[in-house]
Design a protein around this ligand. Structure first.
Ligand SMILES: [Zn+2]
Length: 126
């Protein structure tokens, strides 16, 4: 049993793993947000790129120089982003360690549904 990185208190295999290995698609923006956070923990660039909206997606993600360790995700607020919506916003705090310091990233992420799947569009960093 390995508790999922996203803070759900579920086992990873019952939580974000089915999204990461493509057997399931996130039904809500918040679930996609959680699965993307877990993908950052795991440095899973393929998953991050595949869930990024076409128009804002970077060509590649390179974690080879990265010295960030993601510690914890806290979802603060969700606006729309449900199964029947086609847009949504998720406000969160993500705690991480870098150079021996604990830091926090506070972002409002925007999500859009396209072809029945949720995608990350962009985020406003506080
Ligand atoms: Zn999870």
């Amino acid at each position: 049993m390995k508790t999922c990185f996203c803070g759900s208190n579920l086992d990873y295999t019952q939580c974000c793993e089915p999204f990461h290995n493509g057997t399931q698609h996130a039904l809500t923006a918040q679930i996609l947000m959680r699965s993307r956070y877990s993908a950052y923990v795991l440095k899973n660039a393929d998953y991050l790129l595949s869930t990024w909206y076409k128009s804002t997606r970077p060509k590649a993600l390179d974690f080879s120089q990265e010295n960030v360790t993601w510690k914890k995700l806290e979802i603060l607020h969700t606006k729309k982003g449900g199964e029947k919506d086609d847009k949504g916003r998720v406000e969160f705090k993500a705690f991480y360690e870098q150079n021996g310091q604990t830091l926090v990233m506070h972002e409002i992420s925007r999500f859009k549904k396209f072809g029945g799947k949720w995608f990350y569009v962009d985020g406003i960093v506080d």
